[in-house]
Design a protein around this ligand. Structure first.
Ligand code: SF4
Ligand code: SF4
Length: 362
């Protein structure tokens, strides 16, 4: 394993929402501060010079005392080692939380689906929108809004992002629910929405000189994508098991009989702590094989033969949430990737033409 630059603590599997696209199974497991201290202390020698410590759930604000205790412990025992991040549905955020986040320089990921939020759970709207206003007022640089669109809500994508851009949020991103197949008509609807979003984005960028929508930021990724799980990151789950990335738990964590469970789970925390580092090498080697050039589609055609290989990055777990088989990418995943990448390329090409025209006119 490389040096660890990212640790995720999935504090509990309880949540106050039931989002239709969430792959997590709800439960009543919760981490204890003792588990978190043991996990962090054990990994201290393997931490990179700077690392991210992420709080995740369920809804992590349901475990607020645990967030505070962990931050106090880390600040005392790991001086300046970690930056914190927390992913939340936003419904429980109060001013007290925001001031704490600001004091400890958290980077928040707030899940809010714009015009599609009412399809998610209409009761959540007032609380989440109030939290967004408070965040914008007290900690405008501290959060990114992630909006998820499904095959049903994709017709709301462009208008939702336009509204969020108009509200002046500094960082936005859209994601797609990839747990269920996208039919041809739904792929076409996505392509239309992204065409519109490119136009909205270009107008916004020309007027404001910036682009808060991170999907349109040109990727600095060079070479072939490889999943980072178990290589430079680890996650501690609420049932005290350790995985290379929390997403593997969503896929395999409730199915110990699945042969992939033993292949990708580093074991329970006690086992993880008692096994010498070499004991983890076999599991780490399994993660190391999750590279884009080793993936293939349902017809057994390898991504390594694809002309787009170096421009493509598909999370193997997200793809497997639909196929149930790691490293096998369904054909529609591939088409969705091509549609989103084409929109990014159109936006960036238009921006280069615009910058070129501006510099010629000055
Ligand atoms: S590619 Fe997916 S599974 Fe791998 S580290 Fe990223 S989010 Fe986790
Ligand atoms: S576009 Fe499809 S075939 Fe090509 S690298 Fe990406 S997932 Fe693989």
């Amino acid at each position: 394993m490389k040096k660890i630059s990212s640790l995720t603590l999935v504090l509990s599997d309880t949540c106050n929402f039931s989002c239709p696209y969430c792959p997590q199974q709800k439960g009543k497991n919760t981490l204890k501060i003792r588990d978190i201290r043991d996990f962090l202390d054990l990994l201290r020698p393997r931490l990179d010079r700077e690392a991210w410590l992420g709080f995740y759930g369920g809804e992590p604000l349901l475990s607020w005392p645990l967030v505070k205790k962990t931050v106090v412990y880390v600040e005392k025992n790991f001086k300046n080692k970690f930056r914190f991040t927390l992913t939340t549905n936003g419904s429980l955020i109060k001013k007290e939380h925001i001031l704490f986040f600001k004091k400890h320089r958290f980077e928040l990921v707030l899940s809010y689906d714009g015009l599609a939020q009412k399809n998610r759970d209409v009761r959540t709207l007032p609380a989440v929108e109030a939290a967004l206003k408070d965040l914008q007022h007290h900690y405008p640089d501290g959060y990114v809004i992630n909006s998820v669109f499904t095959t049903q809500t994709v017709p709301l994508l462009a208008a939702s992002m336009e509204e969020l851009l108009g509200q002046g949020h500094r960082r936005l991103q859209y994601s797609l629910d990839m747990c269920v197949p996208w039919k041809k008509t739904e792929q076409e609807a996505l392509a239309k929405q992204l065409d519109r979003l490119v136009t909205i984005g270009m107008e916004y960028r020309q007027k404001n000189g910036k682009m808060p929508l991170e999907n349109f930021t040109e990727s600095k990724m060079k070479g072939t994508f490889a999943c980072f799980a178990g290589r430079d990151r680890l996650a501690l789950l609420p049932d005290r098991t350790v995985w290379g990335c929390y997403l593997f738990y969503d896929l395999l964590g409730h199915d110990p009989a699945n042969p992939d469970y033993a292949k990708y789970c580093f074991g329970g925390l006690d086992q993880f702590m008692s096994a010498p580092a070499q004991g983890h090498a076999g599991i780490a080697a399994n993660y190391a094989e999750l590279r884009q050039d080793y993936f293939f589609n349902e017809k057994k055609v390898l991504c390594s033969l694809c002309a787009d290989l170096e421009r493509c990055a598909v999370c193997p777990v997200v793809a497997a949430l639909a196929t149930r088989t790691l490293a096998v990418l369904p054909g529609w995943t591939c088409r969705i990737r091509r549609i989103t990448r084409a929109a990014e390329a159109r936006f960036n090409a238009a921006m280069s033409r615009f910058s070129g025209a501006m510099s010629r006119s000055t």
